[in-house]
Design a protein around this ligand. Structure first.
Ligand code: PEP
Length: 253
């Protein structure tokens, strides 16, 4: 496993300032569990406040524009994200690809903007159920990544990949352990091909899709699974921290 396991909460469009005590509880618990790196991506409106609460955890955004500034009503640039206190941004999440028609080319442009603004990125990929049923999951996912993985100097240090089969997000279904391991192995091979024998193995690959405390340990014990991107279960400190504990147990085993 590359570095410490990385457990990232994606709050999606959930949370007002009433959620700040959850963020504080997550941060304080993370200070006591240094074997795991913990981060939260709250909605834009809470980034600054969560950043002020956070002594230990990382704070990130869930998207950014590919444009640096200008007449883009409602959009937030990567520089603004960084200015709000965020250190990373999730890009290419399947909900943005489907609800906002984000193409691989648009995701690649956002990746460049985020890196230019000094942000780290969590680059999401994942296939639909129909693509998996056709036996094309691996080629689909690797193609998504080939289009959007940055290849600039030292890019590997800034990149985390999140494999999230679309049909497992928010559905309670998870991919089989064999399928997760096979896909993460294929992604690792692509990372080594892209970044070389030294940097490629150090890029973290997260699994996402209905991860919860009950299934986290077995998923996080798989080879090339370096952490989890967690949606629903990250909204309560109790369940999110249960996943962080499972990650440290998987690391020790
Ligand atoms: C996600 O949206 O990134 C995600 C993994 O959601 P959930 O954990 O709710 O499936």
């Amino acid at each position: 496993m590359a570095e410490r396991p990385y457990i990232v909460g994606n709050w999606k469009m959930n949370g007002t300032r009433a959620m700040l005590p959850e963020a504080r509880a997550i941060d304080r618990a993370a200070q006591r569990n240094m074997k795991v790196e913990v981060a939260i991506a709250p909605p834009f409106t809470l980034i600054h406040a969560v950043h002020r609460e956070a002594e230990q955890i990382g704070v990130g955004a869930q998207d950014c524009s590919c444009d640096p500034d200008g007449a883009h009503t409602g959009d937030i640039s990567a520089t603004m994200v960084a200015d709000s206190g965020a250190k990373f941004v999730i890009l290419g999440h399947s909900e943005r690809r489907s609800a906002h028609n984000e193409t691989d080319a648009m995701v690649a442009a956002k990746v460049r903007s985020a890196l230019d603004a000094g942000l780290r990125i969590i680059l999401c990929c994942g296939e639909s159920e129909a693509t998996r049923d056709k036996g094309e999951a691996e080629s689909f996912v690797l193609n998504q990544l080939r289009t959007s993985l940055p290849e600039t100097d030292n890019a590997a240090e800034k990149v985390t990949v999140a494999y999230e089969p679309i049909w497992a997000i928010g559905t309670g279904k998870t991919a089989s352990l064999e399928d997760i391991e096979a896909m993460h192995g294929a992604i690792r091979a692509l990372l080594v091909e892209t970044y070389g024998e030294e940097a490629g193995p150090a890029v973290r690959i997260l699994y996402g899709g209905s991860v919860k405390p009950e299934n986290a340990r077995e998923i996080l014990s798989l080879s090339n699974v370096d952490g989890a991107l967690v949606g629903g279960a990250s909204l309560s400190a109790e369940s999110f921290l249960g996943i962080a504990v499972a990650a440290s147990e998987a690391e020790e085993a």
